[in-house]
Design a protein around this ligand. Structure first.
Ligand SMILES: NC(=O)C1=CN([C@@H]2O[C@H](COP(=O)(O)OP(=O)(O)OC[C@H]3O[C@@H](n4cnc5c(N)ncnc54)[C@H](O)[C@@H]3O)[C@@H](O)[C@H]2O)[C@@H](O)CC1
Ligand SMILES: Nc1ncnc2c1ncn2[C@@H]1O[C@H](COP(=O)(O)OP(=O)(O)O)[C@@H](O)[C@H]1O
Ligand SMILES: [Mg+2]
Length: 281
């Protein structure tokens, strides 16, 4: 097991060349946010924009349009019932699906659409409701993607893996990963107070940072947004995923020094400044 350190983050985040343009830093599509959980996908989107994605789009329920645009004008909106969504999936480098998605027929349809549309050049992140849908039907896993990142909290992983909490053996998690991803293209971010990240080749990173102030709804949605931003800009490998997890907790720890509770949106706002520091070190 490797403990994630500043060094991993420094090797991930690079100084941007002066001739940079938005097309170089990833087209990210986030899918989620039903009538009840619109805030979840808005928090993800805020994190994706703050973590430097070149272009961020959100496919969500039409009722979220005004709140999304008034909160984050940098983000483009797609009605998730619009047929244009297929094109949006095809044109994205990273697709993250799940925050606030829900478990109804529309949610299943969207996950199936992602599964049937993604190609071997794209990265897919599955979080929250998408993981619960996956636990009910493993054929929904978008195995054609170049990389598939699963980001369950403990309960979600229990449902997907059918291993009971507490997860004591890394070997059990590797076995499930191997069975889900015969092409070895999966990464597992098993979230907890000491999040662990596994690939299919036996590598495991552990996050030394984080704090109980982060036990706030939306904190995982925010991590998903950062992961999507990082995978869009930097290569979609385990070190990039580990860097996103580490930076999320580092931002949380900075806030926790002076705040009893760490708010996901305040954490997001800290990300650009931290990325700057790591790009200079
Ligand atoms: N503002 C919003 O709109 C929010 C919407 N959310 C959405 O709500 C939907 C349901 O997600 P939830 O995660 O609440 O529901 P889940 O039912 O998946 O998880 C909560 C349950 O898991 C148990 N649990 C055990 N270990 C846990 C651990 N380490 N961390 C978290 N829970 C643990 C809890 O006790 C609880 O019973 C998802 O679509 C999610 O994205 C949440 O992300 C919270 C914020
Ligand atoms: N006590 C804690 N210590 C460190 N990190 C925590 C703690 N509680 C929660 N977190 C972090 O917050 C996030 C919670 O994710 P999740 O449960 O999916 O939240 P949500 O679905 O509400 O957005 C994870 O990244 C987890 O590691
Ligand atoms: Mg979550």
């Amino acid at each position: 097991m490797i403990e994630i350190s500043d060094k991993v983050v420094r090797s991930t985040i690079f100084k941007r060349p002066s001739n940079s343009y938005k097309g170089m830093y990833g087209r990210v599509l986030l899918i989620g946010g039903n009538l009840n959980f619109g805030g979840a996908i808005i928090m993800s989107a805020e994190a994706t924009v703050n973590s430097g994605a070149g272009l961020t789009s959100v496919a969500t329920d039409i009722n979220n349009l005004c709140s999304l645009h008034s909160r984050i004008p940098e983000v483009m909106f797609i009605d998730w019932r619009d047929a244009k969504l297929v094109e949006a999936i095809e044109n994205s480098d990273v697709i993250a699906i799940g925050p606030g998605l829900g478990l109804d027929a529309q949610a299943k349809l969207l996950l199936k659409l992602v599964k049937n549309t993604v190609k071997s050049t794209q990265t897919v992140i599955l979080d929250a409701s998408a993981l619960d849908l996956l636990a009910e039907d493993y054929t929904l896993l978008p195995v054609n993607a170049k990389k598939i990142v699963l980001t369950p909290h403990q309960k979600e992983w229990e449902r997907v893996s059918q291993i009971k909490i507490p997860f004591q053996e890394d070997g059990d998690n590797f076995a499930v990963l191997k069975s889900l991803f015969p092409d070895n293209n999966g990464i597992l971010v098993l979230k907890s107070n000491h999040t662990k990240i596994y690939d299919c080749f036996g590598k495991v990173y552990q996050n030394p940072l984080g704090n109980p102030g982060m036990a706030t709804g939306g904190m995982g949605d925010t991590l998903t947004g950062i992961l999507a931003g990082f995978c869009g800009q930097f290569s979609a490998k385990i070190e990039t995923v580990a860097s996103a997890v580490y930076l999320h907790s580092l931002a949380g720890d900075e806030l926790f020094k002076k705040h009893y509770v760490v708010l996901p949106t305040q954490l997001s706002a800290k990300i650009p400044q931290l990325m700057k520091q790591f790009s200079l070190e």
